[in-house]
Design a protein around this ligand. Structure first.
Ligand code: SF4
Ligand code: SF4
Ligand code: SF4
Length: 310
């Protein structure tokens, strides 16, 4: 594939043709903030935070969906760009709870990071605020729709990575939110609790329940492990605090494959000091089950008992 050379913030950058301006900047170590971008799924240009200034182009284009061309000149942090990013953050905060003090994502939240980076202390807009009840309907994921910034990463990940399409955008305008089919609570949907959506959510809208309340993000360490429960080779993050493994998280999707609940629960049993009781859905309700059942080993155990009895 031929290369193109463009100039980003005065620096010559050469990338393969077809590369986006965002990828070109990142390949040269130039920072551009994003909320909805995920390298594992096609660009969407929804959050607009990655806007840049390109002389000759109308408005400020989103760099994640703008293709780099030869001779292009890009400014990633001009006055106009910074001002526009401040306005975007200001608008997001206009309808956001801002309870960072008690939020599970405090210290690992892109909205918090960018509000700090661009000096937006609070929103200058007043108006109606979302007031959804917490979706606490299942044992693995807590959904707080009031903190959702509608970046769509969970929706696109659920569609593209585990090929489940359990969630999508529903309703219109101010009432737009991420919904399951018929807007049922997650616990009553076809969600398989792979928790990929939790791993990609840039804010505190989705929380992996087994880790909720177990510590602040800066107290935790991550180590990648490969699941050995089948030959797919999915990778997970072991989450440790003070040298003790306290949970297993789905990893942000790479050029990925599905992560199943069996793999995550299996690793939990292997690594976590105090694993949670596994829960499976039976007749539409979550019930605690044995580890053998959760890991699909019931048949094996029954057969072993049968053989032992012979
Ligand atoms: S999601 Fe981020 S900005 Fe919102 S309350 Fe939590 S830490 Fe604060
Ligand atoms: S846990 Fe997995 S299946 Fe369920 S909504 Fe999230 S990505 Fe989709
Ligand atoms: S739940 Fe998280 S990932 Fe999904 S749209 Fe809301 S902010 Fe984005």
């Amino acid at each position: 594939m031929p290369n193109v050379t463009l100039t980003i913030d005065g620096q010559k950058v050469t990338v393969p043709a077809g590369t986006t301006v965002l990828e070109a900047a990142r390949s040269a170590g130039i920072f551009i903030p994003t909320l909805c971008h995920d390298p594992a799924i096609p660009g969407w240009g929804a959050c607009r935070l990655c806007i840049v200034e390109i002389p000759g182009m109308r408005n400020l284009p989103a760099s994640c969906v703008t293709t780099a061309t030869g001779g292009m000149v890009v400014y990633t942090a001009s006055e106009a760009v910074i001002e526009a990013r401040r306005t975007i953050i200001d608008l997001l905060l206009a309808n956001h709870p801002q309870d960072c003090l008690t939020c599970e994502r405090n210290g690992d939240c892109r909205l918090q990071d960018y509000a700090f980076m661009y000096g937006v202390k609070q929103s200058s807009f007043q108006g109606e605020r979302k007031n959804y009840p917490l979706d606490d309907s299942n044992p693995y994921i807590i959904r707080d729709q009031n903190k959702c910034i509608l970046c769509g990463k969970c929706v696109r990940t659920c569609q593209a990575v585990p090929e489940r399409s359990v969630i999508d955008f529903g309703y219109r305008g101010f009432n737009t939110k991420v919904v399951t089919a018929m807007d049922l609570p997650l616990g009553e949907s076809d969600c398989v609790y792979c928790a990929r959506c939790v791993a990609v959510c840039p804010v505190g809208a989705l929380t992996y329940r087994p880790l909720a309340g177990k510590g602040r993000t800066w107290e935790m360490e991550k180590k990648t492990v490969t699941c050995t429960f089948c030959d797919n080779g999915c990778t997970f993050d072991l989450i440790s605090k003070q040298g003790k493994v306290i949970g297993i998280m789905a990893k942000e999707p790479g050029p990925g494959r599905p992560l199943c609940l069996k793999g995550r629960l299996g690793l939990e049993l292997l690594y976590v000091a105090e694993p949670m009781t596994p829960m499976l859905k039976k007749d539409g309700r979550f019930v605690p089950v044995s580890w053998a059942e959760a890991l699909g080993l019931d048949g094996v155990v029954a057969r072993m008992k049968e053989v032992e009895g012979k």
